[in-house]
Design a protein around this ligand. Structure first.
Ligand SMILES: *[C@@H]1O[C@H](CO)[C@@H](O)[C@H](O)[C@H]1NC(C)=O
Ligand SMILES: *[C@@H]1O[C@H](CO)[C@@H](O)[C@H](O)[C@H]1NC(C)=O
Ligand SMILES: *[C@@H]1O[C@H](CO)[C@@H](O)[C@H](O)[C@H]1NC(C)=O
Ligand SMILES: *[C@@H]1O[C@H](CO)[C@@H](O)[C@H](O)[C@H]1NC(C)=O
Ligand SMILES: *[C@@H]1O[C@H](CO)[C@@H](O)[C@H](O)[C@H]1NC(C)=O
Ligand SMILES: *[C@@H]1O[C@H](CO)[C@@H](O)[C@H](O)[C@H]1NC(C)=O
Ligand SMILES: *[C@@H]1O[C@H](CO)[C@@H](O)[C@H](O)[C@H]1NC(C)=O
Length: 510
């Protein structure tokens, strides 16, 4: 069970001790000696995506073109036809992003055995030119309706991306075994940055990374620097496929890349929406709230945001489908390329705090068993509309409904957010991947019970992730106080976890 000490992952993770390294002169900012090893065989038709023109450059693109979140991947000297790089783009796409890999070399990537040396080739293909081109690509993506862009750069691309990181063109950045990046480059960085570096990299050795980290921290820039032991510069993209430990390390770096960018790119959408409304706790219902629309699905009214073949069913708490915070979550999922569906499980009769009915009385006509039946009708109706891949997330009351849904094959993956009345037996019946995002302060579903849930799921070999958020109360992901920045931050943190979990299991369905 992951009990997090802090909501952020922003910790310097030096996996190796710096002192174990031979000191290298930092003045020697040379191309790493591993920069040209294991060159790829370019393949113009490789990958799940396609090649199109973006901002005057050709680019390999992969992913849902309705996603409003793009990740720009900047290649090493071998360019955009490298199969491993396209594999990474496809991975990024499966997580719900629109992945874009431009051809920064205009058909002229470096070829190891050409008569040109690298310095000669670099005269035509400098990183400054790459920086100018990257800005053009991002501007073109914005015009196509992309909301937020994150960027990752490999070796040569790392230098391009670090320059982008001192502009407001991107929301977050990842450098993978970058080349030629200087302390001055790092001092100018403005956006959250992660550096995934190799232990064996004479161009960007651990001592230099330590200075990078100090500079970023001094400038209060969110940063995550990780040194992967025993791997060489270039390993995340030019790994040898039969070298299993290196492939594992490469996959780990890809996951770190995705986690970092998901966090900040998705978060940026959240921040854009903050302050747009002022709802109390309980919510002030608003039938007209949100970017989406209300339609009939499976006999229920539902708020729908986004048009995609990948659906996410959001099951409300007792306050129902007109709660603005719930619709905000739906809208963000829509921007990320999903179709979010928020049904009115209470048929126009959500719980009202100040009604003469007690909650127990209200529950007699609005039990979770009825909700479960309705949720099944809705997923069946969605399937008829062509939405075959459905994930579900439920809040409080909805957590119980989604827990029951998880015992069927109606969804591909589920998330329970501070669920109410979920029992160990419910959990033992779960058949699909499940994540539980729980509050530390929740007498209904306390940490001890969550521990039992986790043991049962693991014993039944159900993929699971249980996370207890410290210092928050039951209901915090949906009934947070808008003017309390800490509460908002904790809620968004949970929304991102929900998004990452569901994306992971719905990624195959476009
Ligand atoms: C290039 O990729 C395509 C699509 O994956 C594949 O069919 C083809 O064999 C590859 N060509 C080479 C030379 O590897
Ligand atoms: C998205 O892709 C589909 C299928 O490839 C295409 O028909 C549609 O026009 C594209 N939409 C946009 C906004 O690019
Ligand atoms: C490099 O190119 C030269 C001339 O084209 C050729 O003779 C040589 O075999 C090549 N070497 C390798 C390792 O491919
Ligand atoms: C890849 O790794 C395998 C197994 O470790 C090794 O036999 C092979 O020579 C390596 N290939 C290259 C191109 O380094
Ligand atoms: C609760 O409802 C009663 C009767 O409708 C009303 O007089 C009272 O002001 C309400 N209280 C609150 C806190 O809204
Ligand atoms: C769920 O399982 C039942 C029985 O095995 C099957 O008939 C049905 O088609 C499945 N539904 C989905 C959506 O996979
Ligand atoms: C919301 O938070 C603000 C700032 O912390 C506080 O002043 C206000 O009383 C809170 N509102 C509620 C309803 O708790």
């Amino acid at each position: 069970m992951a009990k997090i000490a802090q909501v952020s992952v922003l910790k310097l993770a030096f996996f190796v001790t710096l002192s174990s390294f031979v000191s290298l002169s930092l003045a020697q900012q040379t191309l790493s000696r591993h920069c040209l090893e294991n060159p790829p065989t370019p393949n113009s038709t490789y990958g799940a995506g396609l090649v199109k023109d973006i901002g005057g450059l050709k680019a390999y693109v992969s992913g849902h073109n309705r996603s409003r979140l793009a990740i720009l991947l900047v290649s090493d000297v071998y360019g955009y036809e490298a199969p491993h790089l396209r594999d990474i783009a496809d991975k990024v796409a499966r997580a719900g992003f629109y992945a874009v890999v431009p051809d920064f070399f205009f058909g002229d990537p470096y070829v190891v055995n050409s008569s040109r040396t690298i310095p000669e080739w670099l005269k035509i293909h400098g990183t400054d030119k790459g920086f100018e081109d990257a800005k053009k690509v991002i501007a073109a993506l914005r015009k196509e309706g992309i909301h937020a862009v994150g960027a990752a750069g490999f070796c040569w691309g790392g230098k391009v991306i670090v320059q982008i990181a001192n502009t407001d063109f991107t929301k977050a950045t990842v450098l993978l075994h970058p080349s030629w990046v200087t302390l001055d480059d790092i001092k100018a960085v403005k956006v959250p940055i992660s550096i995934l570096a190799a232990e064996l990299d004479n161009g960007t050795p651990p001592e230099l990374l330590k200075q990078f980290e100090e500079a970023l921290t001094a400038n209060k820039v969110n940063n995550f620097i990780k040194i992967f032991p025993k791997v060489k510069h270039g390993w995340t993209v030019r790994y040898n496929e039969t070298d299993i430990p290196t492939v594992k390390a490469a996959n780990e770096a890809h996951k770190d890349l995705l986690d970092w960018l998901s966090n900040f790119v998705f978060l940026s959408l959240g921040q854009e929406k903050l302050g747009r409304h002022c709802s109390e706790n309980p919510p002030t219902l608003n039938p007209n709230y949100g970017f989406g629309f209300v339609k009939d699905i499976g006999g229920l009214k539902a708020y729908v945001s986004g048009l995609s073949k990948r659906g996410i069913l959001l099951v409300s708490d007792i306050y129902g489908y007109e709660a603005p915070h719930l619709r905000d979550i739906a809208d963000r999922l829509a921007l990320a390329g999903f179709s979010a569906v928020v049904p009115d499980f209470f048929y126009g009769d959500p719980y009202v705090e100040n009604s003469s009915r007690t909650l127990e009385e209200w529950l007699k006509s609005h039990g979770t068993d009825k909700g479960f039946k309705d949720a099944k009708s809705i997923t069946a109706a969605l399937r008829k509309e062509g939405i075959h891949a459905v994930g579900a997330a439920g809040f409080c009351w909805g957590g119980k409904v989604v827990a029951q849904l998880a015992s069927t094959n109606f969804t591909k993956a589920t998330v329970l957010l501070h669920p109410s009345r979920v029992t160990l037996d419910d959990i033992k019946a779960v058949k699909v991947p499940i994540s539980i995002l729980a509050a530390e302060l929740d007498n209904g579903t306390p940490p001890e019970l969550l521990k039992q849930f986790e043991e049962a799921l693991t014993e039944n070999k159900i993929e699971n992730r249980i996370k207890i958020f410290p210092k928050v109360q039951h209901g915090w992901t949906i009934r947070y106080n808008d003017s309390d920045a800490t509460a908002v931050q904790a809620a968004i943190e949970a929304h991102i976890d929900m998004f990452i979990w569901l994306s992971k299991y719905l990624r195959w369905y476009f």
